[in-house]
Design a protein around this ligand. Structure first.
Ligand SMILES: *Cc1c(COP(=O)(O)O)cnc(C)c1O
Length: 468
């Protein structure tokens, strides 16, 4: 498998070459040269364990690895001790024809663990092979940072510098990150907003000499290996609600940066019988607007609203470029023009172009949820069967109910557990969400973090001093 850039100016590369990278050198996103079709393999994949299925999918995209090495890596990653069950991503019916694919039983209680845990193993193996070290620099408002830190803690060739906005995360999220006392983890609590944190990371990363000198890397949502890891559970979810490969299912995905649902699109392109991919957004409805109108308009930072499903609070969807690349027949020239329009005018519109037909045929539809919908969905589900949905998952379930079809099973992706968002749960149902035993009292554990002003020189200096 060869990898290319959506902007068309990267020399073809293999999986190992792109594994540790963020953006392609030309500013685009890395994509595989094709999506391998697996129609004839599907029936044989049905009975596989999660790790076996992950091996099959991964070996199509990482064919520069020995199969035995991939088998070792996925086998060590997808274990019940880490993900809480033999199935890894169990599914459960929440009403007739509607299922929840549970992706949140990993160590930080959000779906990001599934990809991040594999990424930790892949990074370590590659750095061992190259005899190199890597300093991961990132910004987080919650879920990504803790999933990355837990996946990378204690790994000898890596250090993690994670910027988070001081005092802006929940006590639970803070404890999840700051109570990691491993020597390779550095939590930088920045006196500023999440946007300030992101700007600092961008500013440091754009100094290429500094980046190279200190071997800086990232694990953000555009990393290709993370997307591939997520493709696996679409197959898993499909097999768990169908009896044979003649059946079609729909998926509904609570979305922000478009990484999760992009993996569904890839599974569909590979031949998994997915009918519709339902994108659910919160009040930050950039994606819903696009799928309804054809207009993709990125929001200014201050236009982005702080909501009660915070992990979907985005001003632009960083993985969207990969999908649009497919919609424009993978023509990098067209893609570059569209992104030039975003840079100059803040938007593009596909409605009256030939490409809108491709979007209509893609199976994508969308809907939107708001705070009141979220609370009502959590409350309604709780009253019906005692199940407590996390706020992001509730956005998905709300939209799935509006867009589900007769006789087509709908699989809603559960993206986090409610324990992470107790304030909203209390508001919805008047009680605390249950907490997995391992998390009881985590707010009282000793914490280690470095408080720094939102000042580029100070943050740079900290990274420089503590990097490997
Ligand atoms: C990251 C996240 C999302 C959004 O996923 P994308 O891949 O960015 O679309 C939704 N829900 C939760 C709980 C998340 O952590």
């Amino acid at each position: 498998m060869q990898y290319l850039s959506t902007r068309g100016k990267m020399a073809p590369a293999r999986f190992r070459d792109i594994l540790l990278e963020g953006l392609a050198p030309d500013g685009g996103l890395v994509v595989p040269s094709r999506y391998p079709r697996v129609d004839s393999l599907l029936a044989g994949w049905r009975g596989l364990s999660y790790a076996e299925l992950a091996l099959e999918v991964l070996s199509l995209y990482a064919d520069d690895y020995e199969r035995s090495e991939l088998a070792r890596l996925v086998g060590a990653t997808y274990v019940p001790a880490v993900f809480g069950s033999e199935e890894i991503t169990p599914s459960v019916q929440i009403e007739p024809g509607m299922h929840l694919l549970q992706l949140s039983h990993g160590p930080t209680l959000a779906f990001k663990d599934i990809a991040m845990q594999l990424l930790g193993s892949l990074f370590e193996a590659e750095l061992d092979r190259r005899q190199e070290v890597l300093n991961i620099l990132g910004a987080t408002s919650g879920d990504t940072g803790s999933a990355a830190e837990v996946a990378l803690r204690g790994r000898a060739r890596m250090r993690v510098f994670m910027l988070s906005p001081l005092g802006r995360m929940s006590a639970f999220q803070r404890a999840q990150m700051y109570s990691l006392l491993d020597e390779n983890i550095f939590n930088l609590a920045i006196e500023g907003s999440f946007d300030d944190c992101q700007d600092l990371v961008k500013a440091i990363g754009s100094d290429l000499a500094f980046k190279r000198r200190h071997r800086l890397g990232a694990v953000n949502s555009i990393n290709w290996a993370r997307i591939v890891a997520q493709v696996v559970y679409y197959f898993r979810g499909y097999f768990s609600v169908t009896k044979d490969e003649s059946e079609v299912v729909d998926f509904c995905v609570p979305s922000g940066n478009f990484g999760n649902v992009l993996a569904g699109w890839i599974a569909r392109q590979m031949g998994l019988p997915i009918g519709r991919l339902v994108v659910a957004t919160n009040e930050n409805d950039v994606l819903d607007e696009f799928f309804r109108s054809g207009r993709y308009r990125v929001r200014a930072g201050k236009e982005t609203r702080v909501t009660s499903s915070p992990s979907m609070d985005i001003s632009k969807a960083s993985n969207f470029e990969r999908f649009i690349f497919d919609m424009v027949d993978r023509d990098p020239q067209v893609l570059r023009e569209l992104w030039w329009q975003i840079d100059t005018e803040g938007c593009f519109d596909l409605k009256d172009t030939p490409f809108w037909n491709a979007v209509a045929a893609s199976g994508f539809v969308s809907g939107r949820s708001n705070h009141a919908d979220r609370l009502a969905t959590i409350r309604g589900q709780f009253e019906r069967d005692g199940r407590v949905l996390d706020p992001h998952t509730a956005d998905g379930v709300k939209v799935a109910r509006e867009l589900r079809r007769e006789k087509v099973p709908m699989i809603c992706l559960e993206t986090a557990l409610p324990a992470k968002f107790s304030e909203t749960i209390r508001e919805a149902i008047g009680r605390e969400p249950d907490r997995p035993a391992a998390f009881v009292g985590i707010e009282d554990l000793p914490q280690r973090f470095e408080q720094l002003p939102a000042d580029l020189a100070r943050v740079r200096e900290f990274v420089q001093t503590h990097a490997l």
